[in-house]
Design a protein around this ligand. Structure first.
Ligand SMILES: [Fe+2]
Ligand SMILES: [Fe+2]
Length: 255
């Protein structure tokens, strides 16, 4: 049987952060090493935001250099800790200066459509009419292409107060669902931001978050402030074969 097309999803490396003793760049490099040692090489890599802690050029460059060691195409999007302009510069992304970073890329068996859910200077997320209008038009261009939508803030309610306080606005989640509902080819929405695995649905399509490569959050449904968990970092692996998509989560190998 043919091997599937593999889209690896790394998330929330937070290069430049000092939340814990571990160095986020070393942690990210360890995740990349885990990807490199997979039995099947990935075909493309996505990093679903919070690449950096402060949005600095040097932080972006460190992420880019680490990703480049994998020698496969990589695609990034901004999180609330990133700054659009340096990310756009480092990764040569389309658009101007600090406008939202949104683009679609044909990976072959899967089309990746990238959304920018950030609000500059804030931790919560938003999708305004312009960004959703762009998405509607982008999806209308390729109605037959199996599509994964990637974003930083998940289009899901976590039921964890500390996480829902910095979530994508609920009205915007619903507006996104209205757009997605018009496009049958969207099979998955993938995100990061919550630093743990969470699954749900939007407009009947599965939505999934993957772990951070840096540090995880506690699963505590009464948590008012984010508390960190000593749990393993990991990454997502989205496998496509014959138009079927399955999503896997793999812990980073211990070194
Ligand atoms: Fe994050
Ligand atoms: Fe985030």
């Amino acid at each position: 049987m043919d091997e599937p097309f593999l889209l690896v999803q790394l998330s929330d490396p937070h290069v430049g952060a000092d939340w814990i003793d571990a160095d986020p760049l070393e942690q990210f490099a360890a995740a990349v090493e885990s990807v490199r040692s997979m039995p099947q090489a990935p075909d493309a890599v996505l990093v679903s935001g919070d690449l950096t802690e402060h949005g600095a050029d040097a932080e972006c460059e460190a992420v880019r250099e680490t990703l480049a060691t994998l020698d496969v195409p990589f695609h990034v999007l901004p999180g609330n800790h990133d700054v659009r302009e340096p990310i756009r510069r480092a990764f040569e992304l389309p658009g101007e200066a600090d406008e939202p970073i949104q683009y679609a890329v044909d990976l072959g068996p899967v089309r990746l459509v990238v959304l920018d859910t950030t609000i500059p200077g804030e931790d919560a997320g938003a999708l305004d009419a312009d960004r959703l209008g762009w998405l509607d038009a982008a999806l209308a261009q390729e109605p037959e292409a199996l599509t994964v939508i990637a974003m930083h803030h998940p289009p899901l309610v976590s039921c964890v107060p500390a996480l829902d306080r910095i979530a994508l606005a609920l009205a915007d989640q619903r507006a996104l669902g209205d757009v997605v509902g018009r496009h049958a080819q969207v099979q998955r929405l993938v995100a990061g931001h919550v630093h743990r695995v969470m699954a749900g649905q939007l407009a009947g399509r599965a939505a999934l978050t993957v772990p951070s490569t840096y540090v995880q959050t506690q699963l505590d449904f009464s948590m008012e402030e984010i508390e960190l968990a000593d749990e393993p970092p990991g990454f997502g692996v989205h496998a496509v074969r014959d138009g079927e998509l399955s999503s896997h989560v793999q812990p980073v190998a211990r070194t």
